[in-house]
Unconditional design. Sequence first.
Length: 313
Amino acid sequence: MRIKSFLGSKRLAIALLIILSLACIIGSIKNSEAYYHSFWFVGILVLLSLNILVCFLNRRRRMGSYLVHLGILVILSGGVMGSLMGFEEDVNVREGEIASLLHCDLKIKLHNFLIERYPDSSMPKDYKSRLTIIEGGREVLTKTIEVNHPLIYKGVWFYQSSYGQDGVRSVNLNVNGIDWTGRLGESFRIPKTSLVVKPVQFLFDFTLDGGKAYSKSEEANNPAVKLEVYDGKRLKFSQWVFSKFPDYHQKEEGMGFRLTGFTAIPYSGIKVVKDPGLVIFWIGCCLLMAGIAISFFGVKVTTQVKEFTTENT
């Protein structure tokens, strides 16, 4: 009886709710999915479920209270099931490539990625990915997904969450009036000279910090390519060439370098979610709302019984 009294006490319920609230706040700050799957966090949910179950049994004759406690118990059961059996991961996949998922035996292939922008603006209006789900080496489902329009396969949801550019396939250069297209690391000889030009680094949004060049975003706000110029095997000089500022930083007289274009490698950010407790969670919400409605708006019937005594005469 002591154990039952302890599990059904209001003090335990209040303490568990406070601990759970603080744990959720810490989890939000840490922003770690593994935090909510930890043994102690699931233990709090289980203990709170036992507390509600005992309260539910003690008040089973009250329909409103019955449904409220049952609804909370079902919601917590859905949360525990989602924590133990569900998963969430983010996958970045390039066009034409296949990415494997860590938590299940599925793979996704990105056929193409499309960005729609507002007129006269670089702001994206919509972005879409043409995905194929691969299971056991077979393509089982193909669909175009976009924001708020996910692909669903066997309880696994694939959301369009982000996008970006993962380097460049090629750069287009003009050197002394001669056009050339190639990959980073490839080189070409300038006609009628012994000089060889090699593009070695590309930045979409060039900026400097402490003398070190880096890209502050994945948007092509300030595209730049770093060139190395060799005379035979000797590095003669290196310099950055800017697409929007072609005359800036030109070191050598008689040498004209232009970055005339580039082909980026886009990737699509896919959020993969499986939550087997989601349906149970919504069932619990319905029970909870029904219990609250009955408790507030239900008709309470009170029967009064009068005791009559009969005196012997």
